[in-house]
Design a protein around this ligand. Structure first.
Ligand code: 13P
Length: 247
């Protein structure tokens, strides 16, 4: 449901030179037109990327401060993202939840403030391996969904990314059936807890070891509306193949 959406999360990777090369290759790639494409460079390279992208690829931040800017050393505000033309922010990523220690309440504040400044969200959810093994996948995902939903009024500005933590950066991609099962459950959660309209119009994308070889099978699944790609988004030909896996 909704237009296919593919995001490239570059995480804390790249140099001026490697990013310049990656952007040139993305500019030269042939991308299906019926796909929303967004890349998320590290903050310090965003302006470089914005100024060198020639096509219709949009730019996302990987993080944002919880409110208006001011005396918050090391932070970047939503107003500053808007100032340099950044349309999106990734929030709730597992690396920020589990390595940096962000909790649902903190992520919810960021979501509400970013949306209030018209920055759109790639809202990430996903369970740890031990949570999946304990049969808690849906409980964990629904709790994370509720924290986002409590902060969201305009769902048109939100894409949900299901990223099982055990699949991120591990080469252990979820099977199409495993991903589809959670995507369908999240859509059902939206139907019950938000509205049937939001459930059918909101993109639910999959992330976790997506690559050029496994994207096509995943993209066929009814409730998989695109991808959030880490490692493979650093290689332009692979990222283009993933964008072009739209069915
Ligand atoms: P990988 O594609 O490297 O597994 O990373 C996925 C991810 O975390 C995207 O946000």
């Amino acid at each position: 449901s909704g237009k296919f959406f593919v995001g490239g999360n570059w995480k804390c990777n790249g140099t001026k030179d490697s990013i310049s090369k990656l952007v040139s290759e993305l500019n030269a790639a042939t991308l299906e037109t019926d796909v929303d494409v967004v890349v998320a460079p590290p903050f310090i390279y965003i302006d470089q990327v914005k100024n060198s992208l020639t096509g219709r690829i949009e730019v996302s931040a990987q993080n944002v401060w919880i409110g208006k800017g001011g005396a918050y050393t090391g932070e970047i505000s939503a107003e500053q993202l808007v100032d340099i033309g950044v349309q999106w922010v990734i929030l709730g990523h597992s690396e920020r939840r589990h390595i940096i220690g962000e909790d649902d309440e903190f992520i919810g504040k960021k979501a509400a403030y970013a949306l209030s400044q018209n920055v759109k969200l790639i809202a990430c959810i996903g369970e740890l391996l031990e949570e999946r093994e304990a049969g808690k996948t849906f409980d964990v995902c629904f709790k994370q969904m509720k924290a986002f939903a409590d902060s969201i009024s305009n769902w048109a500005d939100v894409v949900i990314a299901y990223e099982p933590v055990w699949a991120i950066g591990t080469g252990k991609v979820a099977t199409p059936e495993q991903a589809q099962e959670v995507h369908a459950a999240v859509r059902d959660w939206l139907k019950t807890n938000v509205s049937p309209e939001v459930a059918s119009s909101t993109r639910i994308i999959y992330g976790g070891s997506v690559n050029a070889a496994n994207c096509a099978e995943l993209a066929k699944k009814e409730d998989i509306d695109g991808f959030l790609v880490g490692g493979a988004s650093l290689k332009a030909p692979d990222f283009a193949t993933i964008v072009n896996s739209v069915t």
